[in-house]
Design a protein around this ligand. Structure first.
Ligand SMILES: Nc1ncnc2c1ncn2[C@@H]1O[C@H](COP(=O)(O)OP(=O)(O)O)[C@@H](O)[C@H]1O
Ligand SMILES: [Mg+2]
Length: 384
C-alpha cells in the first residue's frame, strides 16, 4: 500500500515539473503544436497513397509533422533518415527491417521467404528490436537483392492486405548514396499503388532538381508541399497551452517571444524551454524572465558564435553585421555605403557563402540571420 501511494505522488510531481518545451529533435504528442491544415494535408496523402514531397528550411518542423501524422494514423510504416545511410545495401536492410517491424515475428520468416530471393538473416538486437543482415557474393547478388527490396513495400502491402507508408527523410542525400538510386527507386515505386511515399528535404535546390527537373527520374512524382513556419495564431495558442499545462500564465510576453524568434518553431521552443527553467516557481512570466533566459542562451553559445564569426571573411562579416542591425536590403546603395562595401559583386559572393554556411536565409523575400540568438549576440557584442 505504502509503496503504491509513494509512486503515485512521485509520478504526479514529476509530471508537474518536467519542462513541456523541447528542441533539437522531432517533437510529437504533447509538445507538438497543432498545425491543423498541414497535418490534414499529410494525413490525407498518406491515407490515399499519394506521394508527397515536403520541403522547408531546416528546423521548421518537417520531421515532427510527419511523425505526428504517422502516430495519429497508426498505419504500418517505415521511416528512414537518409543522412545516416552510406550505401544502397544499407538502405535495403533498413527498409526491410523497418517495414517488417510492423508485423509479428512468426509471420516475418514466411514473408521474407516468399518475397526475397536472397535470404537475409533476421536477428533480434539487445534492445529487442528486429535487425537484418545479409551476405551478398557479388554484383549480381547485390542487384537481385536491391530489386527485391525496392519492390518489397508494394508486395508486403498486398500480402498483408495493409497499405504501408514509407518515409525518406533528408532525401537530398540520395545522390550521395548512389548516383543510380533515384532511377532505380522511381522504376519500382511508380507501380506501387498500395504504398504512400513521403520524401522530406531541406535543401531546396537539390530537392527541386530531383522532383521538378524534366530530366530527373522523379520528375512530377508526387504532390509538392512547402512547409512554412507554424501559423502565428496556432503557435500562440499552442505555446500558451503548454505554459498553462504547468500552471504558468505567459499571455503578457507571448508576442514578445514570437517577435524575437520571428515565429521560428525550433528557436521559439528553445527560448520557451529556457524561460520555463528561469521562471520556476512563478505563476506569471514577464519581460524580466525572458531577458534572463535570452542572456543565458547567448552566453551558453558564446564560444560557438565566436568560432562562426572567426571563420568568415571581412566582407562576409560586414554583411552579417549590416543584416544584424539594420532592415536595409544588402543590395541597396544605402547598405553598401553604410557598411563600406566595395561592389554589388562582392555582396553577391558573400551572400552566397553565408547562405551555404546556413548562417543567413531568405525569408519572405528578404535575407535574415537564420539564428535569432546569434543575431542578438552579434548586436550586443557590437554595442559594447
Ligand atoms: N509542431 C511543432 N510544435 C512545437 N515545436 C515544433 C513543431 N515543429 C517543430 N518544432 C520545433 O522545431 C524543432 C525542429 O523540428 P524538426 O521536426 O526536427 O524540423 P525539421 O525536420 O524541419 O528540421 C523541434 O525540435 C521543435 O523544437
Ligand atoms: Mg528533420
Amino acid at each position: 500500500m505504502f509503496i503504491a501511494y509513494k509512486c503515485i505522488i512521485y509520478f504526479d510531481c514529476d509530471n508537474m515539473v518536467n519542462n513541456p518545451f523541447e528542441f533539437g529533435s522531432a517533437v510529437t504528442g504533447e509538445t507538438f503544436i497543432d498545425r491543423k491544415n498541414e497535418l490534414k494535408t499529410v494525413k490525407n496523402a498518406m491515407l490515399n497513397q499519394q506521394s508527397l514531397i515536403i520541403m522547408s528550411p531546416r528546423r521548421y518542423g518537417k520531421t515532427s509533422l510527419v511523425k505526428e501524422a504517422l502516430n495519429q494514423l497508426r498505419l504500418p510504416y517505415a521511416f528512414i533518415d537518409l543522412e545516416f545511410v552510406n550505401n544502397k545495401i544499407e538502405l535495403c536492410n533498413m527498409l526491410l527491417e523497418k517495414l517488417l517491424r510492423n508485423h509479428p515475428l512468426q509471420r516475418i520468416k514466411k514473408i521474407i521467404s516468399e518475397l526475397i530471393k536472397i535470404q537475409p538473416t533476421i536477428l533480434i538486437r539487445p534492445d529487442g528490436s528486429l535487425g537484418i543482415e545479409i551476405t551478398l557474393a557479388g554484383k549480381n547478388d547485390r542487384d537481385v537483392y536491391l530489386t527485391d527490396v525496392l519492390e518489397f513495400p508494394q508486395k508486403l502491402s498486398i500480402q498483408t492486405s495493409k497499405n504501408h507508408i514509407v518515409v525518406f527523410d533528408e532525401f537530398q542525400n540520395v545522390n550521395r548514396i548512389d548516383e543510380h538510386l533515384t532511377n532505380q527507386m522511381r522504376g519500382a515505386f511508380q507501380h506501387h499503388h498500395n504504398v504512400g511515399y513521403v520524401f522530406i528535404g531541406s535543401e531546396e535546390s537539390i530537392i527541386e532538381n530531383i522532383f521538378q527537373n524534366k530530366d530527373s527520374p522523379f520528375y512530377r512524382f508526387g504532390k509538392h508541399f512547402t512547409l512554412d513556419k507554424i501559423p502565428k495564431d496556432e503557435h500562440v495558442k499552442g505555446l500558451l497551452k503548454l505554459f498553462k499545462s504547468r500552471g504558468i500564465d505567459a499571455k503578457k510576453i507571448i508576442n514578445e517571444i514570437l517577435e524575437f524568434t520571428r515565429n521560428h518553431p525550433q528557436y521559439t521552443q528553445q527560448l520557451c524551454y529556457e524561460i520555463y527553467e528561469v521562471a520556476t516557481g512563478n505563476n506569471i512570466i514577464n519581460h524580466e524572465h525572458k531577458e534572463i533566459a535570452l542572456k543565458q542562451i547567448i552566453t551558453h553559445y558564446n564560444s560557438s558564435y565566436s568560432k562562426w564569426l572567426n571563420a568568415l571573411s571581412n566582407e562576409q562579416r560586414k554583411i552579417l553585421m549590416g543584416l544584424a542591425e539594420s532592415n536595409l536590403s544588402p543590395y541597396s546603395n544605402e547598405f553598401m555605403q553604410k557598411y563600406n562595401i566595395a561592389s554589388s559583386g562582392t555582396i553577391r559572393t558573400a551572400i552566397c557563402a553565408l547562405v551555404d554556411k546556413d548562417i543567413i536565409i531568405k525569408e519572405g523575400g528578404k535575407y535574415v540571420i537564420e539564428d535569432p540568438f546569434f543575431q542578438e549576440w552579434l548586436t550586443r557584442r557590437h554595442n559594447h
